[in-house]
Each structure stands twice: as C-alpha cells, then as structure tokens.
Ligand binder design. Sequence first.
Ligand code: DON
Length: 319
Amino acid sequence: DTSRSFVSTGALPSRDEIRALVETAYARFRSERAGAVADYIPALAEADPDAFGICLANTRGDTFALGDAEQAFSIQSVSKPFAFALVCDALGAEEAALRLGVDATGLAFNSIMAVELRADRTTNPMVNSGAIATTSLVPGANAEERWQNVQQGLSRFAGRPLAFDERVYRSEAATNQRNAGVAHLLRGYQRLYCDPDEATDVYTRQCSLLVTARDLAVMGATLASGGVNPVTSEQVVAADTCRRVLAVMATAGLYERSGLWLYDVGLPGKSGVSGGIVTVSPGKGAVATYSPPLDAAGNSVRGQLVTRFLSERLGLNLF
Ligand code: DON
C-alpha cells in the first residue's frame, strides 16, 4: 500500500498512483446507496441516483476522471464560491466581507433565521442569503450584464463556455418563492445591492449553469493555483481572492456540516443539491464528485465518502 507513504513522507504520488487511487475509490463506493435525490426543485428529482463520477485535477493541468465525470448537471450551490470569487476580486476582500459577511451560520443553507440572528444581517456567500447578495454585487449595469458576467466568469474558471439548462432554470424559477423572500428581506436591511427580484433571477440562472465533474475539478484547481486556470493558463482572479474564497469554503462550504467536514477531511469544499462537490487542496489541486443522493443537509453522500477517502490516501488534510 504505497498511499501511506504520501502521508508520512510528504512524497508526491505519481500519475499512475493517482489514477489507481481514483479507481479504488470508484470501486469502493460504487454500490453505496444511502441518501435521497433533491426534489424541492422539480427538475432535480429526475436525476439518476446511480450516476457517479469522479475527477481529480492537479495544478499542472492533469485530470484523472472516472465514471460519469463527463455527465452534465446543473451546478447549483457549487457556483457560490466562484461567484463570490468574481465579486471579491472586483470589490476587494475587505469590502466584500463587510457587505456579505463571512461567518458560519450553523443553520440550513436556505435559513431565514440566519439573517435575523446576526446584528449586521449578513451571513456568508456559501448559503443562499449571502449568495443572492453576492450575485447582486456582480459587476454590471443591469441584470443582463450581471448574468453575462456570471456566465463568462464561471466559464473562465472551467476553461470552456458553460451552457445553461433552461429546464432547470424554469423549474426553479417557478418554485423559488423562498429565495425571493430572502432577497426582499435582505433588501429591507440594505444587505442586497440591486433589485431583489433581479438578484433572485440571476442567482437562479447561475445555479442552472451546466457543469461536469471534470469542469468542477478544473474550477477547483484554479482556486488551488492562485487563480490561474491550470488548463488554459488564464489568470481568472487574483491569488489573494483565492485565499479568501477558500477560507469561506472551509467555514461554510458544507452548510451546517462544515465543521464535521473540516474535522474529517481538513480541506475547503463546496457542495450543491444536484449532487456535486468540489474540494480544494491549496497548491496541489482539486477533487470533484458527482452523485445525486444527498444527506439531510443537502450534501452528496457518496461524494463525501469518496472525497474523504481520496484526501486521506493522498495525504491532503491541511492540518
Ligand atoms: O437556491 C437553491 O435552493 C438552489 N438553487 C441551490 C441550493 C444548493 O445547491 C444548496 N445545496 N446544498
């Protein structure tokens, strides 16, 4: 078992060793059946619970993909760190923290109470309230320009133009009264920075962008390499922005299970209700998984198991 030596000696695994570990992880968790596919957005309920993809990308631009790593799915909350990166880069880290907040809520991703409990009415960009506020700060003179900037910005992280799933968008837009409510509440507290219905709409579009596990791995590896996309070599955001984004992911990337995640895995991660998780190893790369069945907090069950396994075997835990 060569993997143990990566942990004890800090030696870097070879390409073959990484590939073998991804294959081991895939085989080990392939038959895992726990969790339930999200159904509060009607279009998401149609996802195949057996779909299962893994992709690891390093900061040299190598990718190691297995299973359904090329299957497209709507990005949902995994868009949040990348949208925040664009805003943090545009506004500066201090201003972004002041306007959006960067503390954990300890509450569900769509919590309204989380807004009410804080004296300054901020949450953080990884939960819906802070994410809708983040989208309201994306540069642009109007909703259309903000949406263009979100789509183009996230595409630069992925290194290819990301398409948009009209069906998922329409399905969520017809059922997202709660998010619209959150946006109006924030506007009432002057913690939303454009028209609330426009912010909700751009946020809903953002969540409907289509990605694959491979895209998420490259996007994560861009955060791991100081904002330089390792495949295209484009500097997407500044290195300091990446540090801030990774800090907020570590704090709140897996919602109310973020503490347990950091305790177990020791890396910043971000999950989404469609079943994606991206986990970043600063300086080294990223692990992305796709498996739709979720736990009660909204995190992919199989994705968490695979990531914990790979992080342990590759010796990626930061602590
Ligand atoms: O706003 C929502 O509810 C969805 N568009 C995204 C939520 C999400 O992915 C949270 N994930 N765990």
